[in-house]
Write a protein that binds this ligand. Sequence first.
Ligand SMILES: NC(=O)c1ccc[n+]([C@@H]2O[C@H](COP(=O)([O-])OP(=O)(O)OC[C@H]3O[C@@H](n4cnc5c(N)ncnc54)[C@H](OP(=O)(O)O)[C@@H]3O)[C@@H](O)[C@H]2O)c1
Length: 239
Amino acid sequence: MGKNIVIIGSSGAIGGAFTQHLAALHPDATVHAYSRTPAAQAAPPVVHHLIDYADEASIAAAASQAAAEAAIDMVVVATGILHTEEIKPEKSLRDLSADKLQHLFAVNAVVPALVAKHFLPQLNRDQRSVFVALSAHAGSISDNEIGGWYAYRASKIALNMLIKNAAIEVGRRNKQAVIVGLHPGTVDSYLSEPFKKSLPTDKLFTPAFAAEQSIRMLDRLTPEHTGRCFEWDGQEMAP
Ligand SMILES: NC(=O)c1ccc[n+]([C@@H]2O[C@H](COP(=O)([O-])OP(=O)(O)OC[C@H]3O[C@@H](n4cnc5c(N)ncnc54)[C@H](OP(=O)(O)O)[C@@H]3O)[C@@H](O)[C@H]2O)c1
């Protein structure tokens, strides 16, 4: 039987690239691709499903659906925001608001936490299984030298702690689980739009390159790495 793979956020640039790359690598797999909007196309082994991240029951139903036929071998949580039409990344404390902080925490930390709550119990226990949530280098406290982006940085740090906690708990009963955070590099997407003009072109990855490198790195991780956060090239993210 082929692998049972789940992508949460398959409509995003990186989530879409993970979906395509994993489908190409594992043609005999089932790749359950979840997003809030209908997919333009989904050819086997990809099966597209709708999900409402704002409704925990929808996340729970997705987990039951994806695990109905077989335990899950890999979950990629590729949702996350830096800005919206209304919210711009803060340059100063003056730009902070409770609404902005709460919205970024809700999307960047609460959604992955609820996905973890419902999908981690469905991970394969008989062989190595992976749960990876897209975090960000911006969530490193020790590497934060320029400040700004208060809500994004803080929400990603919260996500990293949620990953660590879940890894400790799940690791007690599932010795095969690898639960990690991932910085995919700086990737050309809606999310990177506001700051990508200031980057040299060789520092801006295509989503396809980021997914390919990240998947290669994830393939090398073992349960000994669980609970930690990694960069796309395998370096551990500084906490
Ligand atoms: N791009 C980069 O340079 C970069 C760097 C470091 C880390 N990351 C991380 O990688 C992840 C994916 O980023 P991306 O570059 O692929 O961005 P993207 O193309 O803008 O995709 C964003 C994803 O987040 C989902 N999303 C948007 N608003 C949401 C909401 N209110 N609630 C729940 N989900 C929502 C989107 O789903 P819909 O399509 O349904 O709206 C989509 O799946 C994020 O966690 C980001 O922090 C990206």
